[in-house]
Structure formats: structure tokens, C-alpha cells
Ligand binder design. Structure first.
Ligand SMILES: *[C@@H]1O[C@H](CO)[C@@H](O)[C@H](O)[C@H]1NC(C)=O
Ligand SMILES: *[C@@H]1O[C@H](CO)[C@@H](O)[C@H](O)[C@H]1NC(C)=O
Length: 264
């Protein structure tokens, strides 16, 4: 009697779970059809680290921030202080990296900047910036939305949703795997992991998010206008600039891989 009741209970749960998931997935399918739409992740603090073959190479603390301005622009900031456990070629102990994105919704172009400053104890030893302007994929309101949509919903049960990037062979010959845990609706990222493998060796980037905010962070604008004080070298894109690999959206967009996550 009891085992049967249990079986029935489990069967009801499975049916309910499947129904929920189908509902969620069809909602997701619908939202995909409704592009372009504004569907950026929320701003948050982020703690990251990179491990290569089990050894921590660097760890970081920072923030990501997004802002929509007057229907003309979407601006994004990814700002991090990196602490190197293994020094890069510059001899740096610390690095401050600021990525800035200006997505012009009218012209459909995205201008991006990457500012990198390396420090030894406290002294600045190297500082540079690069910029690129690329056309935006017409199907998406923002390049980060395009990256987010590469993740497939794996499970949407309970308060945590899990997402997976289908296994991908990059043009660098590395294999890229990524997963992401978010709160319900996928807007607030809880954590993300990007694993890059080549010749049975791997690098793992892990990010943990906290203090989500539905609006941009308070220093968003001052970071966004940082480019005004600099003249940056123009590059065609950031694909061969490994210093760009500071959060999972950038890591997936630029196919950051084993070699790229290794220290430059
Ligand atoms: C990555 O390499 C480490 C150390 O060799 C190993 O313990 C781990 O299982 C590997 N992870 C993946 C996802 O391949
Ligand atoms: C990410 O969050 C999920 C859900 O809270 C948890 O199960 C998982 O262990 C976390 N992963 C990492 C790498 O922190």
C-alpha cells in the first residue's frame, strides 16, 4: 500500500515538474521570437578566479553594471581588480581592468574599450587601452543579450535556474564549456563557470555574483566616460586580447580559452 502511494506521489511530481518546465521553455521560446528586446543581466558585485590544472592563477573582485539611456544607448561596464597568484610577464602583482561598452541603438554599432593597468606592490608598471567599433548583430538589442541566449535552460525548478552553453570547439582549438546559475527569470546571475580544455589540460574561470541591483551602479557614468581621458589603440575586435577575459559573458563572446586565460 505504502510503496504504491509513494510511486503515485513521485509520478505526480514528475508530471508537475515536466509541465512547469515545458511552460517555462515555451515562455522562453516566445521571448526569443520577440527580439529585439532589452534583456540584460542585472548589475552586481562579482568575485572571480581562474584555476589552471587545479592551481589558482588569479582571483578578482569587481562589478558589472548596465544602463539604458534615453532609448539611444545601452552602456556596460565590467570593472575588476585582479590579484595574481602567478605573475604575468609584466611582473604585475595586481591588475585593474575596466571594460566599457557603448551600444548605439540608432546606428547599430557597438564601441568597446578595454583599460588595463598593471601594478607591482603599489606602483603602476604598465598601462594601456584598446578600442574597437563593431556592428551589432541585428537580431539582438545588445551583444551581451546575444551571449546570454547561447546558454540553454537546463532546469527551472525551484528558486535556482541552471543554464548550459552547448560544448563548443573554438577557433583557438580549445573546447569551451560553460554553465550558469541564476535566480528565477535568469536576470540575476548567482554564479558562472567557464571551462576551457585542450590536450587534457584545463582552465576554469568561476564567478560568484552578489548584491544585485536593478539599476546601474553609482560609479557607472564615471567609468563609462573614462575613455575621454585616454587615446586608445584601435583594434578590429578583442578576440586576440586575452586581458578581456574578466567575466563569463566576455569569456564566452571572445572564446577565452586555455591559452588565453594563461598569463600574458
Ligand atoms: C581539470 O583538470 C583538473 C586537474 O588536472 C582535474 O582535476 C579536473 O577534473 C579537470 N576538470 C575538467 C572539467 O576537465
Ligand atoms: C552555483 O550556485 C549553485 C546554486 O546555488 C550551487 O549549487 C553551485 O555549487 C554553485 N557553483 C559554484 C561554482 O559556486
Amino acid at each position: 500500500m505504502l510503496p504504491n502511494a509513494n510511486c503515485l506521489f513521485v509520478a505526480v511530481l514528475v508530471v508537475a515538474a515536466t509541465a512547469t518546465r515545458i511552460a517555462v521553455e515555451s515562455k522562453l521560446e516566445q521571448s526569443k521570437l520577440e527580439h529585439p528586446q532589452l534583456d540584460l543581466p542585472s548589475s552586481a558585485q562579482v568575485a572571480g578566479r581562474v584555476t589552471t590544472d587545479g592551481l589558482v592563477k588569479w582571483s578578482s573582485t569587481g562589478a558589472v553594471s548596465y544602463k539604458k539611456a534615453k532609448f539611444l544607448y545601452v552602456t556596460a561596464v565590467s570593472d575588476h581588480n585582479i590579484h595574481f597568484q602567478e605573475k604575468p610577464k609584466s611582473g604585475a602583482l595586481h591588475r585593474h581592468t575596466t571594460f566599457v561598452g557603448w551600444n548605439n541603438l540608432l546606428t547599430g554599432t557597438v564601441t568597446r574599450y578595454l583599460f588595463v593597468t598593471d601594478y607591482d606592490e603599489e606602483r603602476e608598471i604598465l598601462s594601456w587601452c584598446k578600442t574597437s567599433t563593431e556592428p551589432r548583430d541585428k537580431g539582438y538589442i545588445d551583444p551581451f543579450v546575444e551571449v546570454e541566449e547561447k546558454f540553454r535552460l537546463e532546469s527551472a525548478l525551484g528558486p535556482v535556474w541552471s543554464w548550459k552553453l552547448p560544448k563548443k570547439l573554438t577557433s583557438y582549438g580549445t573546447q569551451l564549456l560553460a554553465d550558469m546559475y541564476t535566480e528565477v527569470d535568469g536576470k540575476d546571475t548567482i554564479n558562472a563557470t567557464v571551462v576551457s580544455t585542450r590536450d587534457r589540460r584545463n582552465s576554469t574561470y568561476t564567478a560568484e555574483y552578489s548584491l544585485h541591483a536593478q539599476s546601474a551602479l553609482s560609479d557607472h557614468d564615471s567609468l563609462i566616460y573614462k575613455y575621454l581621458d585616454h587615446s586608445c589603440e584601435t583594434v578590429s575586435d578583442f578576440r586576440n586580447v586575452p586581458e578581456i577575459c574578466v567575466d563569463e559573458l566576455l569569456a564566452v563572446e571572445y572564446e577565452c580559452g586555455y591559452a588565453e586565460l594563461q598569463l600574458q
